[in-house]
Design a protein around this ligand. Structure first.
Ligand code: UD1
Length: 419
């Protein structure tokens, strides 16, 4: 069990460097299954989820080593001996491990991967991943909790996604990279992590165009070649620190961020009265006053990210007036609300919306983390609460997605301990 202790009410001041993107790194690491020889990936965040995908790669027969000392690099050696069965205990621990299904199928013509199951934020099915693989000619079967996909040959086709799912877009891109002919994904996810995966694959010799738009085309190639790639910065970590500056009425310089990737987050913060200023790959964020109440709806990129909803909700708990936050991406992503209310917030849930009546302050309380971004929301609440907040993070959710969060916050003046 991990406990985070925070003594609140310190203004955050200084500079913070953003780590590599967790979600981009996970997809790219899964894609190394497609690449023969040695692949080098830089700027990979040192996170529990990254350790999990590395363990999945090892279980599949690849050699993968993480080096903190060399720019957070992962080296993967793939001698084409990939196994077709992904281990149950790892895939059920982290949903993104399911993304290996596409590359295993492309390499082995057969993949057996456990269904990832639901999680705290919703049921999270994989029907769109499978619809895509079927369109490429795979036969899909369910057996004893595993998905088995088979295809003698994957053949390019048109796939329409009913929802622009990030994972499904990535799965199809990876499977189609080595297929015969051209695949077109319509209503594809446009998230920056999808673009980073496409850039990685293209560097390795794939022919993908349109990543970042709603129509992605993948012209299959016979083989990929070893490659080096640096992962993009984590826009959700950057957004979380932007909210941390705003909520503590501090003044932060956020380094190593791609401002375009956090544009919607910046717009919403500006609407709430937070000052933001962009200079190349740095963003200055400051706030002198309580935020203004605003309404927010989560949407696929370039809309407001669902992965920032809990953090923004926490900020709006302290706004002047009543805000409404509507979650449209996941059906059950309000677990943090009950905990925030225990800290003195006044939030009511009405269907998929949270109605947030701003209060003047929060007070510390023991609270529990249900999922990664709910954990971030509670850390943010702890930063402003009066007294010492004790956050119980039984499953180490926060470390799944935030690299050295305690050290980064300590350097900005926060009294925080992770024990
Ligand atoms: C990815 C991110 C996650 C982020 C999410 C949405 C990774 C590792 N994780 O998750 O942090 O919150 O995008 O931005 O990149 N859906 C289906 N059928 C499917 C797939 C998805 O109905 O086959 C639904 C999901 O239940 C959800 C919505 O589509 O309601 C969005 O999910 P998706 O974009 O697939 O999220 P992930 O790729 O799992």
């Amino acid at each position: 069990m991990r406990r985070v202790l925070i003594k609140g009410q310190t203004k955050l001041e200084g500079e913070v460097k953003i780590s590599g993107s967790k979600n981009a790194a996970l997809a790219i690491l899964a894609a190394t299954i497609l690449v023969p020889g040695k692949t080098v990936i830089r700027n990979v965040p040192d996170l529990l989820d990254v350790k999990t995908i590395i363990r999945v790669l090892r279980a599949l027969g690849l050699r993968a080593e993480y080096s903190r000392s060399q720019d957070n690099t992962v080296e993967v050696w793939n001698n084409n001996g990939v196994k077709h069965v992904a281990p149950y205990e790892l895939v059920t621990r982290m949903r993104a491990s399911f993304f290996v299904i596409g590359p295993i199928l492309a390499k082995k013509k057969l993949a057996k991967v456990p269904l990832p199951g639901g999680c705290a934020i919703g049921s999270r099915p994989v029907n769109l991943h499978l619809k895509g693989l079927e369109a490429l000619g795979a036969e899909v079967q369910m057996e004893h909790g595993f998905v088995i996909v088979k295809a003698e040959k994957l053949i390019g086709n048109m796939v329409y996604l009913d929802f622009p799912s990030v994972g499904a877009t990535e799965t199809i891109m990876m499977a189609a990279a080595l297929a015969d002919g051209t695949t077109t994904i319509e209503n594809a996810a446009r998230e920056p992590e999808v673009i980073d995966l496409a850039n990685f694959l293209n560097r390795a010799g794939a022919k993908i165009t349109g990543a970042g738009t709603e129509e992605v085309k993948i012209q299959g190639v016979a083989e990929l070649k070893p490659v080096e790639h640096g992962v993009i910065p984590d826009r959700i970590e950057a957004g979380t620190f932007m909210v941390a500056a705003a909520i503590t009425r501090g003044n932060l310089k956020i380094l190593d961020v791609i401002p375009d990737h956090v544009e919607t987050i910046m717009h919403k913060l500006q609407e709430a009265g937070v000052k933001t200023e962009v200079c190349n790959n740095q963003i200055m964020v400051s706030a002198a006053d309580a935020p203004k109440a605003i309404d927010v709806k989560t949407l696929p990129y370039p809309g407001f990210p669902t992965d920032m909803q809990p953090q923004l909700t926490t900020l709006l708990c302290l706004a002047k007036g009543t805000s409404m936050v509507t979650e449209t991406v996941f059906e059950n992503r309000f677990m943090h609300i009950h905990e925030l209310n225990r800290m003195g917030a006044e939030v009511k849930l009405e269907g998929q919306s949270a109605i947030i009546k701003g209060v003047a302050g929060l007070s510390s309380a023991p609270v529990k983390v249900s999922d990664l971004r709910a954990g971030a929301a509670l850390v943010l609440a702890g930063l402003v609460a009066e007294g010492e907040t004790i956050i119980e993070d039984r499953d180490h959710h926060i470390e799944r997605g935030y690299e050295k969060l305690d050290k980064k916050l300590k350097a900005l003046g926060v009294d925080i301990k992770m024990i």
